[in-house]
Design a protein around this ligand. Structure first.
Ligand code: GLU
Length: 476
C-alpha cells in the first residue's frame, strides 16, 4: 500500500511550491489507490503559527486536495501535528544515545560561533568538530545533573558514501565525510527537522517521500538515521525547483506566490490545479487535464529533472480555457453578482447576452466588470488614440450618419439584418469594411477593441445604438 505525506512547516501561507509538492503526493496516492497523509511539522516554536495551519488547510481545500489522515480527521498513525509527538521523538533519541549512536553536546552557541569563524577563516565548510564526543560518561552525567543547556547530536559514521536512488533524479552519491554530527534534539527539547522527519515517516509507514529538491541535501542525513535504527528507508523523489521567468527562484517579485491569493484574484481552482500539475510534470504536449486524467496519468517517471518556470501568461491562458469550459449558466451565475454590484440591476436576458458575448475575452471571471462597462454605462470617454485615428478621418461623419439612418430603418434588429448594412455601406463608399466598423466601434463602446461588431450592435439594441451614434456625430 502506497502511503505518502505532505509535511509542511506552518510558517506562512501555502506557496505555489508547497502546493505542487502536496499535489504530486496526492496524485501519486490517488493513482496507486494509496493514502495521502497531512503532517504539520510545527517543531519550530518561534516560526510556527496557528494562522499558518489554517492557511495550509484553506489552500489545500481550495485546490480540492483532501487528505486521508491528518489534522481535523485523525487516523491510526497520529498525532499528525509533529509538536504533539515529542515523547515519541524523545524515546527514540534515547535509544540512539543508549546505543552510542548519538551523544549529548554542551558546547555553547558562542563556542560554536567561534569555531565556525575559524573554519571560515581557513576557507573550510563549517562542521562541528565532535568536541563533546570525548566526554566521559561521568562528565556527561555531571553536566546533565547541573542542568547545563545541551543538544543531542548524531554520531556520524564518517566513512563511506551514502547513496540515494532517487525516483526522479536517479542515483545521487553523497560523501559522508562532508557531513558532521548534526543535531537531533535542540536545546529547547524539540527535535530538529531531520530527526523528527525520519521518526515520523517511519512510524507513519510512509513508502515514498516526494518533496522539493531543496531537501535533497538532507536526504543523506536521513538515510544515515534510518541505518542507525536498522529501518528500511522509504523511496525518495525530489522535485525540481520553480523559477520565475527571469530564472531566479520564484518569489513575491514574480507576482502572488501564495495559492490562496489566486483564489482571491479570481482564478478557478481547477485551472490552478492543472497549471500547478504542469509545473515540472507533463504528458506529451497535452495542456488541459481533468482531475481524473491527472490521477490516471501522473507518474514520477514523467516528472522533470530540470527546474520549472512559473509563467503567468500560461496560467492566464489556462484559466481562460477553464472559464470557457464552464457551463454557460454557471458562468453567468459567477458573473451576475459582480455585474449587479458594479452597474446595478438590469434586465436578466440582457445581462446574459452580455456575459455570453464576452466569454471569449475573460481571463478571470472578474474581468467581466471592466469588459462589460459600455453595455451598462452611456457616459464613457472615447479612447483618444481612436479619436485621432477614426473620428478625424474626413468621411467619419458621413459614415456614422449613414450608418445611423440605415440601422434605424431596420425592421428587426438582428445580426443577420445588421451585417449587410455595414457591408453595403462599405461597398457604396468604396472603402474597406474596417473604415466603417472602426469609427462605429469607437462610437458605441469608446474602445478600440470589442467583441464582433454586429453582436455588439445587436445586444446594445436600436435605441442605444441610435443615441450613441448621434452623440458621436455631434462631437465631430
Ligand atoms: N517540513 C518540511 C518542509 O516544509 C518537510 C520536508 C519534507 O517533506 O521532508 O519543507
Amino acid at each position: 500500500m502506497v502511503r505518502v505525506r505532505f509535511a509542511p512547516s506552518p510558517t506562512g501561507a501555502l506557496h505555489i511550491g508547497g502546493a505542487r509538492t502536496a499535489l504530486y503526493n496526492w496524485l501519486f496516492a490517488r493513482h496507486h489507490h494509496g493514502k495521502f497523509i497531512l503532517r504539520i511539522e510545527d517543531t519550530d516554536r518561534e516560526r510556527s503559527t496557528l494562522e499558518s495551519n489554517k492557511a495550509i488547510f484553506d489552500g489545500l481545500e481550495w485546490l480540492g486536495l483532501d487528505w486521508d489522515e491528518g489534522p481535523n480527521i485523525g487516523g491510526p498513525f497520529g498525532p499528525y501535528f509533529q509538536s504533539e509527538r515529542l515523547e515519541i521523538h524523545q524515546k527514540h533519541v534515547q535509544q540512539l544515545v543508549d546505543e552510542g549512536k548519538a551523544y549529548y553536546c554542551f558546547c555553547t552557541p558562542e563556542e560554536l560561533a567561534e569555531k565556525r569563524k575559524l573554519a571560515e577563516a581557513r576557507k573550510e565548510a563549517p562542521r562541528y568538530d565532535g568536541h563533546c564526543r570525548q566526554l566521559s560518561p561521568a562528565e556527561v552525567k555531571a553536566k546533565l545533573a547541573s542542568g547545563q543547556p545541551k543538544v543531542v547530536r548524531f554520531l556520524l559514521p564518517a566513512v563511506g558514501d551514502t547513496i540515494v536512488e532517487d525516483q526522479i533524479l536517479g542515483t545521487v552519491t553523497f560523501k559522508n565525510e562532508v557531513l558532521d554530527d548534526f543535531v537531533l534534539i535542540k536545546s529547547d527539547g524539540f527535535p530538529t527537522y531531520n530527526f523528527a522527519c525520519v521518526i515520523d515517516d517511519h512510524l507513519m509507514e510512509i513508502t515514498h517521500v516526494i518533496r522539493g529538491n531543496d531537501h535533497l541535501s538532507n536526504t543523506p542525513r536521513q538515510m544515515l538515521l534510518y541505518q542507525a535504527f536498522g529501518w528500511a528507508p522509504p523511496k525518495f523523489a525530489h522535485i525540481p525547483m520553480i523559477l520565475g521567468k527571469d530564472k531566479a527562484r520564484l518569489s513575491k517579485r514574480h507576482g502572488a506566490t501564495s495559492v490562496i491569493d489566486y483564489s482571491d484574484l479570481g482564478y478557478l481552482p481547477d485551472a490552478m490545479l492543472n497549471y500547478i500539475a504542469k509545473l515540472g510534470w507533463g504528458f506529451g504536449d497535452q495542456e488541459i487535464f481533468s482531475r481524473a486524467e491527472l490521477i490516471e496519468k501522473f507518474t514520477l517517471g514523467r516528472v522533470n529533472k530540470t527546474p520549472a518556470v512559473f509563467d503567468m501568461d500560461k496560467l492566464n491562458w489556462l484559466n481562460g480555457q477553464y472559464i470557457r469550459s464552464v457551463l454557460p449558466e454557471r458562468l453567468f451565475d459567477l458573473c451576475e453578482s459582480l455585474l449587479i454590484e458594479a452597474y446595478g440591476n438590469h434586465d436578466l436576458a440582457y445581462m446574459k447576452r452580455v456575459v455570453a458575448v464576452l466569454t471569449d475575452r475573460l481571463v478571470l471571471i472578474k474581468d467581466v466588470v471592466p469588459l462589460a462597462a459600455y453595455f451598462f454605462k452611456d457616459d464613457f470617454e472615447f479612447d483618444p488614440k481612436g479619436v485621432e485615428k477614426y473620428f478625424r478621418q474626413p468621411n467619419a461623419k458621413q459614415i456614422l450618419t449613414a450608418l445611423k439612418d440605415q440601422l434605424l430603418a431596420l425592421s428587426t434588429f438582428t445580426k443577420e439584418q445588421i451585417e449587410p448594412v455595414f457591408k453595403t455601406l462599405a461597398t457604396e463608399l468604396n472603402v474597406k469594411l474596417g473604415v466603417v466598423i472602426h469609427p462605429c466601434r469607437l462610437a458605441l463602446t469608446g474602445r478600440l477593441e470589442s467583441p464582433p461588431m454586429y453582436d455588439v450592435v445587436e445586444i446594445l439594441g436600436k435605441e442605444r445604438v441610435n443615441q450613441r451614434l448621434e452623440k458621436a456625430i455631434k462631437g465631430l
